[in-house]
Design a protein around this ligand. Structure first.
Ligand SMILES: Nc1nc2c([nH]c(=O)n2[C@H]2C[C@H](O)[C@@H](COP(=O)(O)OP(=O)(O)OP(=O)(O)O)O2)c(=O)[nH]1
Ligand SMILES: [Mg+2]
Length: 370
């Protein structure tokens, strides 16, 4: 295989068509680290404003290490996969306290840090330190599967894919090479419609030569995503504040705030579910009132239908039974807390209903879907 041909083709193409992205010109390893975390599972266009805001508020690794958890989550809100925010925070703290504030330049060490897998480590080391380490995210897996006509589904073919990513990599300009490879994946070798006519590797692509560019990579049949109906209560107290709680530090949507509630059990009505959940999670007695909104939302591994009712505090002192913290807050202060994506519609519905004191039971229910 003439690896040099692939390198020259790609880097020449990149010089002309490479994207102008805010993290590309930087030589600051911390800025590269932030960009790599944000780009895990998230598209470039979505990441850009988050990246810029993050570096404005936390310009150095030390700033990030010392930041409050709450501020970290707030800066990440809306970007999804919130685990990444927590890992990035922890990683910066570990680099600060265990490695004197310098990002370790050894792959074997770097991948021991929270949230850093081989691809993220390769991205950081090649970009920030120009070390010859390959990457293999979803886009790269697709490009390589086509380029070498690999007919095994990528999730069962990791070893071979890593091998190709390493073999192709330009040892002199690994940072540029990896960036260019990502641009091919994001702009040319697209999942549904590969633009082979614009590809720097067209003449060397075994997938195209065998007319498999539309069928590769081979996908394994997708699993059904389970669906759950969730009863959710917006509980009001006599001061016109509403009750929110912070989800546990592990599991789905860890550390985010929510309106208390949970899964409706078989045969249970939604109001019964809300009463039970608030008893189970916070040990409070409430009365359930009018329906506020129903929101359908799809997370990566779960689809939920949130059936939201108003509710009224009756009695009890909150106990933290299934959550980390709780707070009674004014409606206008809700925006200070990081919530799951699906909650924006709930908060919007609250903002457009009349403010308390008002006959809460009379509130009109509205149904809204995806
Ligand atoms: N309670 C609640 N759940 C929400 C909100 N927003 C949101 O996306 N959800 C999602 C997160 C979860 O996938 C689901 C709630 O399920 P859960 O995991 O809390 O269920 P649960 O209380 O029955 O807990 P468990 O018995 O499974 O531990 O709904 C919200 O404001 N309140
Ligand atoms: Mg719950």
């Amino acid at each position: 295989m003439d690896w040099q041909w692939f390198r020259t083709q790609l880097l020449t193409w990149y010089g002309e068509y490479g994207r102008d992205l805010p993290w590309r010109p930087t030589a600051d390893p911390y800025a590269v680290l932030v960009s790599e975390f944000m780009l895990q599972q998230t598209q470039v266009m979505t990441v850009i404003p988050y990246y810029q805001r993050w570096l404005k508020q936390l310009p150095t690794l030390a700033d990030c290490a010392q930041a409050q958890r709450q501020d970290i989550f707030k800066l990440w809100e809306g970007l999804g996969y919130y685990r990444r925010a927590e890992y990035l925070h922890q990683t910066c703290q570990m680099i600060m306290y265990n490695y004197g504030g310098n990002i370790p330049q050894e792959l074997a060490i770097l991948i021991t840090l929270p949230g850093i897998g081989r691809t993220t480590a390769g991205g950081i080391l090649s970009h920030a330190f120009n070390l010859p380490l390959p990457i293999l995210d979803g886009n790269v897996q697709r490009v390589l599967s086509r380029l070498f006509a690999l007919t095994t589904p990528p999730n069962r073919n990791q070893k071979q894919l890593w091998h190709y990513s390493q073999a192709l990599l330009d040892p002199d300009q690994p940072g540029r090479f990896n960036q260019a490879l990502m641009d091919v994946g994001a702009g040319v070798c697209l999942p549904k419609v590969p633009h082979c006519g614009r590809c720097p590797w067209q003449n060397g692509c075994m997938g195209e030569q065998t007319q498999q560019q539309h069928t590769l990579p081979v996908r394994e049949p997708a699993k059904e995503i389970p669906h759950r109906t969730i009863g959710v209560g917006v509980i009001w107290n006599a001061q016109g504040q509403v009750l929110i709680d912070q989800r546990p530090s592990t599991g789905l949507l860890a550390n985010l705030w929510e309106f208390p509630g949970g899964k409706v059990e078989p045969g249970e009505s939604v109001p019964d579910c809300i009463r039970r959940e608030i008893q189970e999670e916070l040990a409070l007695d409430i009365r359930v009132g009018a329906h506020l909104i129903t929101v359908n939302h799809r997370y990566t591994h779960l689809r939920v239908t949130l059936v939201v009712h108003h509710g009224f505090y009756q009695s009890g002192i909150p106990e933290l039974r299934g959550c980390q913290a709780y707070a009674w807050v004014e409606l206008r202060d809700l925006s200070e807390y990081p919530f799951p994506q699906a909650n924006h519609k709930i908060i919007q519905a609250l903002a457009t209903s009349p403010s308390p004191p008002w006959p809460l039971e009379m509130a009109e229910g509205r149904v809204q879907s995806e």
